[in-house]
Design a protein around this ligand. Structure first.
Ligand code: SF4
Ligand code: SF4
Length: 427
């Protein structure tokens, strides 16, 4: 039987991808002639766009969508803007999709020189936002949360991907340097490290308090780690950051180290590419490279009905355009043949209880899903504790009726967050 998740017919395994002694050779995707960047535009509302076609952009330049907004991205390239279009991402999040023709000669924004000065959280926030590995910069400078522990995680966030493990195997000196920089910049008293048990020896030289995690999914989930490894329960509706702990991926830490060591912006993202036969390759692609170019490099064709997933099979999102750019958090690209795409049914829940038995948050998913299907998100939260879901996707994976349970859950959480944000703004 085909189970409900993006795993499809690729051999189902609920264990993280464990890299062996050797690392698959890294394929370098050629730098693209044109780069696409996604600049959040929701704050712009009725204000005029700040950027226009024909504008020159420097590497390291902060790009804002309008005057007075604080959302921005840092350009990983130099060149000329040739197109700006509206783009709608997951859950209706709006962006300006900016196409930049990459210049032959790179020019650098003066802000890059901050990397030659003493590290600070503000520099991380202003310059290293969106860098490969997705450094969670907001939490480092936020006045809303007070981080007292940083956890460098060398484990993966989803099945099949191997980004953090590959970083450990190939860039341990960058990780060490990144840890030193974070200690200085973030002024956080405690740093520790999480590593899959098979890589424990590789990280010994980093010199941090190290905890190991097993290979069974979803043991490396941050909220589960907080409970099982650090003995702190994250209450429903709270984040790990709000409990004082910030998880940062090994790749992000390595890139912080590399940025300060070289005085340049790291711009190459490490991606696990899985083809239709389930064969995995590791690739390095510049941020802003299109998925089309990455797949062409591996001779992977996408036909009508095939599915392309960003991220891993349990938590990833299907993308609808091969022009979608590689982003700082694109750990995986999985291509599924249409015959392997798991079917979604409109069968009702038969109350078999499979989802309840597997849920690591011990939620009554069979009841939750009834309210979510009906769009009754408040009720789902109040009566069945939707906020306690850790978003592992296991309920969808086991659902015998092939219901898109996880999709209902993520949509429900998104709608609740939107309502709360509107209420907070009117309070
Ligand atoms: S995604 Fe499903 S299985 Fe995972 S915690 Fe949430 S409800 Fe439970
Ligand atoms: S696994 Fe699917 S069919 Fe079974 S109780 Fe859960 S939602 Fe219902």
């Amino acid at each position: 039987m085909i189970k409900r998740s993006f795993l499809g017919l690729i051999k189902p395994s609920l264990h993280y991808n464990a890299l062996g002694a050797s690392v698959t050779e890294l394929e370098h995707i050629p730098a693209p002639l044109a780069t696409v960047l996604l600049l959040p535009s929701s704050q712009r509302k009725n204000a005029a766009r700040l950027l226009k076609t024909g504008d020159s952009v420097k590497t390291g330049q902060r790009l804002f969508s309008a005057d007075g907004v604080d959302e921005f991205i840092v350009s990983p390239v130099s060149g000329t803007i040739t197109a700006i279009e509206a783009f709608v991402g997951s859950f209706g999040k709006t962006y300006d999709k900016i196409t930049i023709d990459v210049a032959k000669t790179e020019t650098f924004d003066a802000g890059i020189d901050l990397l030659k000065k003493a590290p600070s959280a503000v520099t991380l926030q202003n310059l290293l936002r969106g860098l490969p590995g997705d450094l969670p910069v907001e939490a480092l400078t936020s006045t809303r949360v007070r981080v007292n522990t940083i956890v460098v995680t060398c484990a993966e966030t989803d099945l099949q991907v191997a980004t953090n493990q590959t970083t450990v195997k190939t860039r341990i000196d960058d990780i060490k340097e990144g840890v030193k920089i974070l200690k200085k910049a973030a002024n956080v008293p405690h740093l520790s490290l999480i590593v899959p048990s098979h890589l424990k020896n590789e990280v010994a030289s980093v010199g941090l308090n190290t905890k190991t995690v097993g290979g069974k999914y979803p043991s490396a989930d941050y909220k589960l780690l907080m409970k099982e490894v650090f003995g702190t329960i994250v209450p429903a509706g709270k984040t790990c950051e709000e409990m004082g702990t910030l998880f940062i991926s090994a790749e992000a830490v390595a890139n912080v180290g590399r940025a300060y060591k070289t005085g340049t912006l790291p711009v190459n993202k490490l991606i696990t590419v899985v083809n239709k036969s389930g064969v995995k390759k590791m690739a390095l692609a510049r941020i802003g490279t299109s998925v089309k170019e990455v797949l062409a490099h591996f001779n992977i064709t996408v036909n009508e009905g095939d599915r392309v997933i960003f991220g891993g099979p349990m938590k990833g999102n299907a993308i609808f355009s091969l022009d979608h750019p590689i982003l700082g958090d694109t750990d995986g690209i999985i291509v599924q043949d249409k015959k392997d795409v798991p079917a979604v049914s409109d069968y009702p829940c038969i109350n078999c209880g499979e989802c309840v038995r597997i849920c690591p948050a011990h939620l009554p998913v069979n009841l939750l899903v009834r309210f979510l299907e009906a769009g009754q998100y408040e009720e789902a939260q109040i009566m069945y504790d939707l906020d306690s879901c850790i978003e592992c996707g296991l309920c969808s994976y086991v659902c015998v009726s092939k219901m898109p349970v996880f999709q209902y859950i993520t949509l429900g959480k998104h709608e609740l967050a939107k309502t709360r944000s509107v209420e907070a703004n009117h309070a």
